[in-house]
Design a protein around this ligand. Structure first.
Ligand code: AHR
Length: 632
């Protein structure tokens, strides 16, 4: 291999490797959003979903859901009236999202909006219990008076249980009204109230992602326009955020998740905050007046697009506007007076056809005239090739789009074959956002897909092609990001979680290897004086990091045989001494990580020697190799 370190041919954008977040597979509610109570405000379509009455006999009391939508305009229409006729023990239990993950010795913060009924002064006991009803912690409080007030108590768990439940029992006779019944671990990410699961955020932070795309994915579109994601309904006080059915609340036989709703406790403010926390540029995607074309494909008439456009304009003000502006003020009131520095905005998720183009043009005109520096992301639909792709790709180029989003859920072989996909893309045209991709080991979104080494290795090969072409590819993200082992609708996924644990798949570690070893500028790497891609099943990219003065080589060997790697480093001062090799390899292409063996396949690091500007090593079978040497 020859690396010409002085022949810089392009820059690598700091946004190059990022993460795609969607509330799919219990990614947000039941996942990274650390709320443990399912249906805390009784707003799911079935108001008592997730709740079970607790009683010894029928005369003990009653639970009544009260819907006050005819008298209040709040989106939180319902509350629960608990009437107890017994001395103790009547109440209700919440089953959590496939149970509640509780850790021994940790503190859990319970809160509720409550008021006593007329003449009642009934205490309540809050208990953490196992599935069999054994107590894991408890606390008592007495709501005071007949006005709604927030009450908070904390409990410390006496044991670890992935399937715990929360019980709220009356102590005596009387009646109380309850709403927003909530339980969070104290140890959320940065210990924030209404916070996120620290282990899951940590996995993202460890990737040092360049951007965070949110909130999806198809949930942006909704199955119908009424069910689309509307960011304005996801900010402000949590109790005023309207619950909405999730687009992934599906009834297919292997994807039966009838309890999948969006509470928006993780809303747009929290998404921006998450992006900031992990050092990623925020990249929101908004509905463009089209529902999911895999579902109803509803569209809003062009002359009724204004509210959608206004949402987009207002979002920029919410993110970046001064605290004196209407939406900037709300951001400040939520605790973030400084702007979130929004630079990118996606118009539509995965739309295709003329309907998209017509709507995009109207968005573009409005957004560009008010925010000329904002970079707009446009879609090419779900197809990486074929007539729909060609039409949109050509049209968006003719409209001088800023950044075109391409999605590919394809077989591992496709990823290897497409490592040259961008070699001949127009350098003067729009930039590319590889916005969703993952190799499908069986078939697109098949429940039998595996996060195995075969898929991850193919993605690594493909990513060398993205990186070699980083002068045109500005962003890339694997998708989907998270999946709960008991509540998923789509495979494969980058990070798997249960109620207590989370682990990165081999695909995660490939992503992390690329995103944490990224240069600032591209330099050529060749083998036998030609593009490496595909030669003896080898794939490679090379960059230099001008901030650290490092030369970074990424070499993927997708063949089953070891290959000699001799790297001649030209165009740098004499390089001698030590470098590092980070290597991921397995002779078993079916190899995966699991809850039992979360680190079965992860990168290992060793030092390598560099003599007279040469590095010599063996590129092991089925391996990803990241070589780093100080360039001067
Ligand atoms: O990542 C899963 C889904 O794949 C996304 O919601 C959608 O954009 C794509 O079809």
């Amino acid at each position: 291999f020859t690396v010409k370190a002085d022949k810089i041919y392009g820059e690598i954008a700091p946004t190059m490797y990022g993460v795609f977040f969607e509330d799919i597979n219990l990614g947000a509610d039941g996942g990274i959003y650390a709320e443990l109570v399912k249906n805390r405000s009784f707003e799911f379509d079935t108001p008592m979903m997730g709740w079970v009455e607790q009683k010894q006999n029928n005369d003990q009391g009653s639970l009544l859901v009260i819907n006050q939508s005819s008298v209040v305009s709040s989106p939180n229409r319902r509350y629960l009236r608990l009437t107890s006729k017994a001395d103790a023990g009547y109440g209700l239990l919440n089953e959590g999202f496939r149970g509640m993950g509780i850790k021994k010795g940790e503190q859990y913060n319970f809160s509720v909006l409550a008021r006593q009924g007329a003449g009642s002064s009934m205490p309540l006991v809050v208990e953490l219990v196992t599935a069999k009803g054994e107590k894991l912690g408890s606390a008592t409080f007495t709501p005071a008076g007949q006005e709604w007030k927030k009450y908070e108590v904390s409990l410390t768990a006496t044991d670890t249980d992935p399937k715990a439940r929360l019980r709220v029992l009356a102590q005596g006779k009387g009646a109380v009204d309850l709403d927003m019944v909530s339980l969070f671990p104290k140890n959320t990410w940065k210990q924030r109230p209404n916070g996120l699961r620290a282990d899951m955020v940590q996995l993202l932070a460890d990737m040092k992602p360049g951007f965070l795309r949110f909130p999806g994915g198809c949930i942006v579109e909704g199955r119908t326009l009424d069910e689309r994601f509307q960011w304005k309904k996801t900010i402000g006080a949590v109790e005023n955020r309207a619950t909405l059915v999730n687009r992934w609340n599906t009834e297919f036989k292997h994807r039966h998740t009838p309890d999948y709703f969006q509470t928006f406790g993780l809303g747009f403010f929290e998404y921006f905050q998450l992006a900031e926390d992990i050092g990623a540029a925020p990249l929101p995607i908004l509905n463009c007046g089209m529902a999911c074309q895999f579902n109803t494909g509803e569209v809003v008439p062009l002359d009724q697009l204004d509210p959608y456009i206004q949402d987009a304009l207002d979002l920029v003000e919410f993110a970046n506007g001064p605290v004196t502006s209407e939406w900037g003020k709300i951001r400040a009131e939520m605790g973030h007076p400084a702007p979130f520095n929004l630079k990118y905005l996606g118009v539509g998720n995965e739309q295709w056809g003329e309907q998209y183009v017509e709507r995009y043009k109207i968005f573009e005109k409005a957004l560009r005239s008010k925010y000329p520096d904002l970079k707009l992301i446009t879609t090419t639909g779900p197809f990486p090739d074929g007539p729909e792709f060609d039409y949109l790709n050509k049209t968006m180029r003719s409209l001088n789009a800023d950044i075109i989003d391409e999605h590919y859920y394809r077989a591992p072989e496709w990823f290897q074959e497409n490592a040259t996909r961008y070699d001949n893309y127009d350098r003067k045209g729009p930039k590319i956002f590889a916005g969703e991709y993952a190799s499908q080991t069986v078939a697109i979104a098949s429940p039998d897909n595996k996060n195995n080494w075969k898929g991850a290795l193919a993605e690594a090969a493909f990513m060398t092609g993205l990186e070699r072409n980083a002068d045109v590819v500005a962003m890339a993200s694997y998708a989907p990001l998270f999946a709960h082992e008991e509540g998923w609708q789509w495979t494969p996924d980058m990070i798997w979680v249960n109620n207590l644990q989370s682990f990165g798949t081999p695909n995660y570690y490939v992503q992390k290897l690329f995103s944490t070893n990224v240069g600032t500028h591209l330099v050529p790497i060749q083998r036998n004086n030609a593009n490496v891609t595909g030669q003896d099943n080898l794939f490679a990219s090379a960059s230099i990091n001008q901030k650290t003065n490092e030369l970074i080589l990424k070499v993927v060997n997708t063949s089953g045989k070891a290959q000699d790697g001799e790297f001649v480093l030209e165009g740098v001062k004499s390089v001698q001494g030590k470098g590092t090799l980070q290597k991921m390899r397995s002779s078993n292409l079916e190899q995966m990580n699991s809850f039992k063996e979360p680190m079965a396949l992860t990168p290992v690091q060793q030092s390598i020697s560099v003599k007279n500007n040469r590095v010599k090593l063996s590129l092991e079978p089925y391996s990803v190799n990241i070589i780093k040497v100080k360039a001067s």
